[in-house]
Design a protein around this ligand. Structure first.
Ligand code: PLP
Length: 439
């Protein structure tokens, strides 16, 4: 009997044995193409030599030194390289162990920024429905997914949620994508005015929405307008690129496609590429200087801040992306994946929408394409699709949103950046067979 406490108590997953390129292999020798990088994590596949070597060397050199006493070379170098490649005036890096720690830190940094500025009345956070920002209580409060929040609701902090920018379901007939983007962004201004502009501290959003919607980019101009609104009312813009950052969308940082620079940027998943648990929160010089020039102490921290081995892994991942221009490869392979998804699925009677950017793609399934009616959630379509694909050797990331009555079933694809065209073709064939089995 296992003593592991798994999330799915009655699941009996195979035992992963090792990784080879884009494949995971179980102890029976069965191979699985990692078509979603787990959950958009494994951007370099599972056997990258440079990252593995960097980790081994770092453990031999220095495994751990608490940041209450020391800094370390890999943490300093990773921060420098991130900032050298980050947009705008992002200037400081806070290294944590994962995505929820990054977003939780961002919320607390926003709050402390305003208390240090002598504006303690700024306490409201605004985020969007159908978003996911992590599972710790602050991050879960920011997320808008009703199903994930439901049983913890009494423990959550107060966060206002506005509509996401969701072209497929949100744009009115005859409305241009640009006009829709302005209309969706206007909800932020309306909410700031409703709450009282001098009480709002931050707005948090994913540039390309991942887990809860399936790779949904915003309409053109949406984030420019969001930035303007934040600036007008002195509200901080926090972008959560935990899933869509680190090259995944064909830019090192997803916000670059929007020509918008946030005040605080969160990354994780692809930063460690699965080799080590690591995340980061980047912030502007203005925010850092406010804390440094005030109490001089960010009142938030974790034991494993700036962990040297995790930082060494993150540094090797970032160097691998930059030295091999893998972000350009993401754009090229992404264009190929987009074309193949459209060829194979655009006419499928139950595929309502195909959307994404770079190597981050989602397909939304509907019972009826004309009315965009979602499937009955009791069908458990997403779960059955995941099982069918996995049985055929494909790891993909289906989600059923209809459990909370918010949106339909979708599947997310986020393959490693090193995937070949032939491997992507194979994944599409497998997904197609799996779809045939469940629909
Ligand atoms: N933010 C986003 C956008 C995510 O997709 C996730 C995880 O899926 C998180 C935050 C939380 O990250 P983690 O699971 O590493 O805590």
């Amino acid at each position: 009997m296992s003593h592991i406490f798994p999330r799915h108590c009655h699941a009996t997953p195979p035992t992963a044995s090792h990784g080879e390129g884009c494949f995971l292999i179980d102890t029976d020798g069965k191979r699985y193409f990692d078509g979603s990088g787990g959950a958009a994590v494994s951007c370099l596949g599972h056997s990258n030599d440079r990252v593995r070597r960097a980790i081994k060397d770092q453990v031999d050199q220095l495994a751990f030194a608490h940041t209450g006493f020391f800094t370390s070379d890999p943490a300093e170098q990773l921060a420098d390289l991130l900032i050298a490649n980050a947009p705008g005036d992002l200037d400081r890096v806070y290294l944590v162990s994962g995505g929820s720690e990054a977003t939780e830190s961002a919320i607390k940094l926003a709050r402390q920024y305003f208390t240090e500025r002598g504006e303690p009345q700024r306490r409201h956070l605004i985020a969007r429905r159908q978003s996911y920002h992590g599972n710790t209580l602050g991050a879960l409060s920011a997320g808008g997914n009703a199903w994930r929040r439901a049983q913890f609701a009494p423990l959550l902090i107060e966060v206002s949620h506005i509509a996401p920018c969701y072209d497929y379901m949100g744009r009115a007939e005859g409305e241009s994508p640009e006009a829709y983007g302005q209309r969706a962004a206007q909800e932020l201004e309306d909410e700031i005015l409703r709450l009282g502009p001098d009480t709002v501290m931050a707005f948090m959003a994913e540039p390309v929405v991942g887990a809860t919607m399936g790779a949904v980019p915003a309409a053109p101009g949406y984030f420019n307008r969001i930035r303007e609104i934040c600036d007008r009312y002195g509200v901080l813009l926090i972008l959560d690129e935990v899933m869509c950052g680190m090259g995944r969308t064909g830019h090192l940082f997803a916000c670059e496609a929007e020509t918008v620079v946030p005040d605080i940027l969160c990354i994780a998943k692809g930063l460690g590429a699965g080799y080590q648990p690591i995340g980061a929160m980047l912030c502007t010089r203005a925010i850092y200087d406010t804390i440094a020039g005030g109490t001089g102490f960010f009142q938030h921290g974790h034991t494993y801040l700036g962990h040297p081995v995790a930082a060494a892994a993150g540094l090797a991942v970032l160097r691998e992306l930059l030295d091999n221009d893998l972000v350009a490869q993401v754009r090229a392979r992404g264009a190929y994946l987009e074309q193949r998804l459209h060829e194979r699925f655009a006419q499928h009677p139950h595929v309502g929408d195909i959307r994404g950017r770079g190597l981050f793609w989602g397909m939304e399934f509907v019972a009826d394409r004309d009315s965009k009616t979602p499937f009955d959630p009791r069908l458990g379509l997403a779960g059955r699709l995941k099982k069918a694909a996995f049985a055929e050797g494909l790891i993909c990331y289906p989600m059923s949103g209809t459990r909370d009555g918010q949106l339909g079933d979708h599947v997310l694809l986020a393959p490693p950046f090193i995937a070949t065209e032939a491997e992507l073709d194979g994944a599409i064939d497998t997904l197609s067979r799996a779809l045939d089995k469940v629909m």
